[in-house]
Design a binder for this molecule. Sequence first.
Ligand code: SF4
Length: 322
Amino acid sequence: MAMTTSSAESRIQIGISSCLLGESVRFDSGHKRDAYINDDLAKYFEYVSFCPEVGIGMGIPRPPIRLVGDPAQPRAVGVRVEGIDVTEKLIDYAHAVVADLPPISGYLFKRGSPSCGMERVKIYTDKGMPNGSTSGLYASIVMRGLPNLPVEEEGRLNDPVLRENFVERVYVFDRWQRLCKDELTPAKLIAFHTRHKFLLLSHSETHYRRLGRLVADAGTRDMRELSREYVSTLMDGLKRRATRRRHSNVLQHIMGYLKRSIDTGDKAELNRVIAEYKEGTVPLIVPMKLIEHHFRRHPDDYMALQIYLAPHPTDLGLRNHL
Ligand code: SF4
C-alpha cells in the first residue's frame, strides 16, 4: 500500500501525499513536487507516500472529485462525471492505512485536496455552490486515528514559524516513540520530561505546568494511562506558537544558569541581544549562538541535556528568520 523513498535507517519516517514527492499520481497525470520537502527535509526524513485516490483504484488519469453536501459528513463525488461517489472507498482506505502504518513521526498533506487536504478544503452544495470547508476525507481519518501525530500541509511550510514548529514536533514525537519502544518507567519519563522543559516553556507555560504536575504523579499512577495523557498534553502544547515573548522568557531563564560563570560585560551583551531578538531586529539564532558559546566555555550538566538548545538540525536554518 505505501511506498518509501529510501531505506536509510537513521532518517525519521514521515507519511506524505505522493504527489508532493513528484510522483505523477494526480487526476491529470501531473504532480505537485515541493522543493523544500524534497531538497531540504529529505536529508533528514524518509518519506512513506500514499495516494489515496490511486489506492482505491481510481487510476491515472481519472475524473477529478470534490467534496459535496453536509460539511459534517461530506461526500467525495465526481466534478464533471455524474455517478462517481468514492466516499466509502476513501473512508475504508484511510482506516486500513491507519491500522497498518509503519511508525511514522509526522505527516505532510497536500493542501486543498478533497482526499488529502488537512484543513480548508472547499465543500459544495449539490448545485455546485460553495458550502464551507473541512478536511479531506482521507486526511481527516488519519488525523482522528493518530491524534498526537504532527501534521502539516506543504503550503503552510512557507511560514517560517509553522515550518520550525512542524519539524520540532516531529523530532519530539520521534524521541517519544523511541522511548516507548521499551517499557516506560517513571524514571525514564522524568528524564524525558526534564530534557524538554525549556522547549515546552517556549510554546506554552500552561502545558509546562500541567505536565510538571503529571510527571510528579509518576510512580503513583498507572504508567500506561499517565503516558497517554502525557504525550497528548505534550503534543498539544507544542502546537502553540513559540512567540518572541515566550522565547525571550526562556532565554532569560537559561541566562540564569550562566549568572555565576559570565562577567558583567557578557551579561549585558547577552541581555542586549535577547532584547534585540524580542524587538524583532535579530533572529533567534543570534542569542542562541551567544548562549551556546558561553556554555562551551562554562559547561552545565543540566543545560547540556536541554533539547531547546538544539531541537533540530542546524543546517535546516529554522531559527534564522526574523
Ligand atoms: S493530493 Fe492526495 S489523492 Fe490527490 S494526487 Fe496527491 S496524493 Fe493523490
